[in-house]
Design a protein around this ligand. Structure first.
Ligand code: SF4
Length: 290
């Protein structure tokens, strides 16, 4: 199957079988996001999905974890998700779990009974773009969920149904001078909601994204990569999660800090301190892409 869009999935899913069931993101309106901006959201026909499954089966594939794509695969209605799961299981009985991206509002649209049904069929982990710990940042960035309280409510529902979740976050999302505040709010949120994994993609400033107009108009002051490093460091200091994978990627300055909390916390903090000391000697760097 030809993939449309830009692949963006947590590194924890690199070994999973990526099966697109849709193209783009049905929300597609976060101010910073350019992943699917050029695409009109559509669901792929089931026949096309099944042809892809047949292709992988005839090539000898035997996946254990299936990662359903794309931007918010969990937003598909219940009947469609059940049908996709059935098609996969019919060909690959050894599949143990289904993981996928979701928005907070995708969870809100499903009933508790639907969530339990999906969990019982192997839907295991949802990746949620919580991005920040601050309500005003959610609103400014036009996230589909407008409050952290709403995110917390929906995470509690999916956990009660038997699923786990992973957090996509972005240092720099609160802008220049607010890294410490964001780290404190986000750490408190993550310590309460206990994700199985935390992935920091850090904020990229795309010149074609709506956020860039805010930068040009002075409504959003970007944080430098040096600030983002310090924000990530503070977040790590405050995290108390046990059994949680952490992967922080500041790609513009090629600093990656990863490990398992709490086991590797001291090691990660050491690496991040060393990187911060190194980059503090340099002029400010901003993660701007054309
Ligand atoms: S929900 Fe995710 S994929 Fe969709 S626009 Fe927002 S950040 Fe991008």
């Amino acid at each position: 199957m030809e993939y449309e869009g830009r692949i963006c999935r947590g590194p924890m899913e690199r070994a999973s079988y990526m099966l697109p069931i849709s193209v783009g993101c049905s929300y597609n309106a976060c101010r910073f996001c350019m992943l699917f901006r050029h695409l009109t959201y559509r669901e792929l026909p089931l026949e096309q999905i099944e042809q892809e499954l047949d292709r992988v089966k005839s090539a000898g594939g035997a996946p254990q974890t299936v990662y359903l794509g794309d931007g918010n695969a969990f937003g598909a209605d219940q009947a469609r998700l059940l049908r996709v799961i059935e098609s996969v299981r019919g060909r690959f009985p050894g599949v143990k779990r289904f993981n996928m991206d979701a928005t907070v509002t995708d969870i809100a649209k499903k009933s508790d009974a639907e969530l339990r049904e999906l969990a019982s069929l192997g839907v295991d982990r949802l990746y949620l773009g919580v991005e920040t710990g601050l309500d005003d940042v959610l609103a400014f960035m036009n996230k589909d969920h407008r409050t952290m309280a709403e995110a917390e409510r929906q995470i509690a529902r999916l956990r009660a149904a038997g699923m786990s979740w992973a957090a996509h976050i972005m240092t720099g999302v609160a802008g220049h001078g607010r890294g410490e505040e964001n780290a404190a709010a986000l750490a408190a949120f993550l310590n309460r909601t206990r994700p199985a994994a935390i992935v920091n993609f850090s904020l990229f400033l795309h010149r074609r994204a709506p956020l860039w107009r805010d930068v040009e108009a002075g409504r959003f002051a970007p944080a430098s990569e040096q600030e983002n490093l310090r924000e990530q460091h503070r977040l790590l200091e405050l995290l108390e999660s046990e059994d949680c994978d952490f992967d922080g990627m500041l790609d513009m300055i090629q600093v990656r800090v990863r490990g398992r909390l709490m086991r590797d916390k001291a090691k990660m903090l050491r690496k991040s301190s060393e990187a911060a000391a190194r980059f503090d000697q340099e002029p400010e760097i901003f993660s701007i892409v054309p």
